[in-house]
Design a protein. Structure first.
Lengths: 452, 447
């Protein structure tokens, strides 16, 4: 049965809405550790998810057995009916323009045409560039993945799209009085040509490790913070972006609820999330078949938009903007970000540093976490420096900082001119490929956690 | 569907045999049903069924790995064989047929609930437990998940093993809405059998959030921090588990390198990885390479005794596999993983651990930002409460807790409120059986 036939069948059973997302994944994953090819794997998998809305209840069934798609649809109908029995609040799907399109995101050099031997040679060559006396251990990972999707909805959308993603990780470890590690993920949506970016970033990782080996533990307490472009991106994503996800807003789990059109950040802050720009989180259509577009979440400090899928757009009486993403065919789409950017400003880096009496200059993310309802966040920087009286004084290690999202966004007092981005994986029960970016940003006050 | 899985594994093994190749085939079948809670209601039901094979080929001493779905075994074997030519040479010694332990991990009642859709009713009980505690408390988000999984492992030396397990887990976030921001607290529990009290899970989350209405001033400096099992488990997993990994030991990437037989933890502390325990989160008959499960002692009465190894690392470190080769999914080759870490100590009543001046912490933000090589951490304790004269007072906000986990372990005190703590962060699964603890060597800041 075609996807359309199954959808027609589900509608005949009385469903209010149905969509099916069929996916095929081709993946190669290689790991070179300390000169040895530790992991060489390749494989493909396929499956589909059927989502059914019956009155106000959802039933979602994912299966890796495509021959059993009709059974999956039957199960989804039963589950949706069962959910409906418990559901009191109304559910609906906001209208979107329907599309019938076939899209292939471009690869200048198709990674499926490159032999595994050549990919191994790339890692081995990259490893040679990391041969420094202070590097005790190296780990290089290469992953390429082509996802071929077909999405059909009961509204008449039918999308076929191919999304290629590729990433290289450089992880190096060294030892002085403590063991330190530095890492960087480099990649994007595209083909084998993106491996070239790994060579551009290798020196950054080497310098970071060398600095960390001489770094001291940070002070603790309230002070100023300058974030580098990558950390600014992660801050925009974690502290602000998650609170702008409409599923959290509509369930009372966001500090941005009820603040549309209000000032939520300093007037120099503009944050957008754009799946159509060049990035690791790019896609042409979301996993409900809605055409991707830029979302300007904050414009000059004013809350302007949320990330919206169709159901939450319906609940909030807003327009869906392509915010539904699923990790794979086993799971339903959630409201997710893509490429999140804080727009650059007009200052020079030296001007930011001069404004700081006591503070920390933090570079590159070591991860972060957020409580969107309470509006609090925690971040870790891979590399950091102490600033005293407007001058960078010495390197620090294991710097974490935390604060209140809305207060911190108001405390942004300077942004530099240059934009840079980094890639990452966002976890929200499911994993999503994302890009985060921005410029150097000065926050007048956050809490830095240190052991001193 | 088990027949389909075992047939597929057998077919792949036959293909290896025909090609005169050594190797093993790992098959996995999972069925998971989950229910979502949104804004005080059960909002949706989801299900997935997954089936797949991982094929490891050893050709001329080199290992290649491919994966596929049933019916595509030939392609999977071919891919693994091709890839073997470019991997490292390592004389991997696959296990022979051996007796395996049979810990209890399968509960028929859990299986029955998946067939009869009882999960929706259990979810409703979680919701009601929270809602009935106080009118203004809403279970805004949460989920309940019931799963059945089967693992099959066969190798070309004649090993053919199979085990099946059940699991039920639920977590709920209870919220008190506010004008600017809300207050929230969560509770989560995991079991392999049908013994969870669903109403109590909702009620516990509600009770926790209810205790956060009044604020106290955050004490700062080197003060004791009492940490509940889930948050403690997260820190242990990110801070200590990498340090007992045999590969990190060999490569000098662990703080425990060269410290076997040394005192690394407080008197009486016992840490073991024991997948042979009945109803353990990570229990099972064998690891994902076919090694029979066994109890591995890691810390005995505060002294470091052993590390964990899979087959590959055992060769490199000139030791034996401890049965710690896991794959996560059929798509990954085995790698060293903890299985069912059990932590025990002197077992004081938790109330006895509460200090004269300190804080009590239920959750931590940023456990995954802990430095896995050094064990240094700086996380936010939330929710957290002030403790004064052994009594729990109001909530404290923005409590940044910083320290070094291996050093903290040397003076740690453990309670007796043991919990099977489970969390998944991305593809990582945190499985710990441990109590609350008191950290005596950390710095709190953030006022």
């Amino acid at each position: 049965m075609s996807l359309k036939n199954i959808i027609d069948y589900v509608r005949e059973e009385g469903a209010a809405y149905c969509d099916i997302r069929k996916e095929r994944w081709d993946t190669t994953s290689l790991t070179l550790k300390d000169g040895e090819m530790e992991k060489v794997t390749s494989g493909n998998e396929e499956g589909a998810m059927v989502r059914v809305l019956y009155n106000d209840g959802w039933g979602n069934v994912g299966t890796s057995d495509l021959a059993e798609l009709k059974n999956a649809a039957d199960r989804a109908i039963t589950m949706a009916k069962n959910s409906d029995k418990y559901k009191k609040e109304q559910t609906g799907m906001a209208d979107v323009e329907t599309h019938e399109e076939k899209v292939e995101m471009p690869m200048e050099e198709n990674f499926l045409d490159i032999s595994t031997e050549e990919k191994v040679s790339f890692l081995k060559d990259l490893e040679k560039h990391l041969d420094k006396s202070f590097v005790r251990s190296t780990e290089l990972r290469y992953i390429d993945r082509l996802v071929d999707k077909e999405i059909a909805t009961s509204d008449g959308t039918h999308i076929e799209m191919k999304i290629p993603r590729i990433v290289t990780y450089i992880i190096i470890t060294g030892k002085s009085d403590t063991i330190q590690r530095a890492s960087e993920g480099i990649g994007g949506t595209g083909g084998y040509e993106l491996t070239g970016r790994a060579y551009e970033k290798k020196d950054v990782v080497l310098e970071r490790l060398e600095t960390l080996l001489e770094a001291q533990t940070p002070p603790s307490g309230k002070m100023s913070l300058i974030m580098d472009p990558h950390l600014t991106g992660v801050f925009s994503h974690e502290a602000f972006g998650h609170a702008a996800e409409s599923d959290l807003v509509s369930t009372g789990n966001s500090c941005l609820e009820g603040k549309m059109g209000e000032k939520v950040a300093s007037e120099i802050v503009t944050i957008r999330d754009d799946p159509t720009m060049d990035g690791y989180g790019s896609f042409p259509f979301d996993d409900e078949g809605t055409k991707a577009r830029n979302r300007t979440l904050v414009e000059k400090g004013i809350l302007n938009d949320f990330i919206l899928d169709r159901e939450n757009a319906w609940k909030l009486d807003m327009e869906p903007n392509g915010g539904a993403r699923a990790e794979d065919f086993r799971v339903k789409p959630l409201v997710r970000m893509s490429n999140t950017i804080m727009e650059p400003g007009d200052m020079e880096f030296d001007e930011l540093v001069e404004k700081v009496d006591k503070g920390v200059y933090a570079k590159s993310s070591g991860g972060g976490q957020v409580n969107t309802g309470e509006g609090t966040f925690q971040f870790n920087a891979q590399e950091a420096y102490l600033i005293e009286d407007g001058e960078i004084v010495k390197p620090l290690r294991d710097v974490s900082f935390n604060g209140f999202t809305l207060q911190t966004l108001q405390n942004i007092t300077g942004i530099t001119k240059e934009l840079d981005t980094g890639i990452g994986h966002c976890g929200k029960g499911q994993t999503a490929a994302v890009t985060d970016g921005g410029a150097n940003v000065l926050i007048s006050e956050v809490t830095v956690g240190g052991r001193e | 569907m088990n027949g389909k899985l075992t047939d597929s594994v057998k077919k792949a093994l036959e293909l290896l045999g025909k090609k005169n190749l050594n190797g093993d085939v790992f098959g996995i079948k999972e069925r998971n049903i989950s229910y979502s809670i949104k804004k005080g209601e059960l909002s949706e039901s989801s299900e997935y069924e997954d089936l797949g094979l991982g094929i490891r080929v050893i050709k001329d001493g080199k290992i290649g790995f491919g994966y596929c779905t049933p019916g595509k075994e030939e392609k999977g074997v071919r891919r693994a064989e091709e890839l073997s030519s470019i991997s490292q040479k390592l004389e991997l010694n696959l296990p022979d047929e051996e007796e395996v332990p049979e810990p209890k991990i399968f509960d028929k009642k859990v299986e029955k609930s998946t067939l009869e859709g009882e999960g929706a009713e259990f979810t409703q009980q979680v919701i009601d437990g929270a809602k009935e505690y106080k009118d203004d408390i809403i279970p805004t988000r949460g989920s309940l998940s019931i799963g059945i999984g089967t693992k099959v492992l066969g190798n070309t030396k004649g090993v053919f093993l199979q085990h099946e397990g059940t699991a039920i887990s639920t977590g709920v976030l209870a919220t008190i809405p506010g004008d600017e921001t809300s207050i929230n607290a969560s509770e989560s529990r995991f079991s392999r059998k049908m013994d969870l009290n669903f109403t109590d899970i909702g009620k516990t989350a509600a009770k926790k959030v209810d205790s956060l209405r009044e604020a106290s001033e955050l004490p700062e400096g080197k003060i004791p921090v009492v940490i509940n099992p889930d948050a403690f488990g997260m820190l242990m997993w990110f801070g200590i588990v990498p340090a007992i990994n045999g590969e990190n030991i060999r490569k000098g990437k662990s703080v425990y390198e060269g410290r076997k037989k040394e005192k690394v933890a407080s008197e009486g502390l016992v840490m073991k990885d024991d997948p042979t325990r009945d109803w353990g989160i990570g229990s099972g008959s064998f690891d994902d390479e076919g090694i029979p499960s066994r109890e591995v002692s890691i810390i005995e009465n505060g002294t470091l005794t052993n590390f964990i190894y899979d087959l590959k690392e055992a060769i490199k470190s000139d030791t034996e596999s401890t049965g710690n080769g896991l794959r996560g999914t059929f798509k990954n080759p085995p790698e060293i993983s903890d299985r069912n870490i059990v932590l025990r100590g002197e077992g004081k009543k938790k109330e006895k651990l509460l200090p004269d001046k300190g804080i009590l912490v239920d959750g931590v933000m940023g456990a995954h930002t802990l430095n896995p090589a050094s064990g240094d951490f700086s996380v936010v304790g939330t929710p957290a409460w002030l403790v004064e004269d052994g009594e729990i007072e109001g909530k404290v906000e923005g409590a940044m807790i910083s320290g070094n986990l291996p050093e903290t372990l040397e003076t740690i005190e453990l309670a007796d409120d043991y919990k099977k703590s489970y969390a998944s962060i991305g593809s990582r699964e945190i499985k710990m059986d441990l109590p609350s603890a008191r950290f005596n060597d950390v710095t709190v800041s953030g006022k």
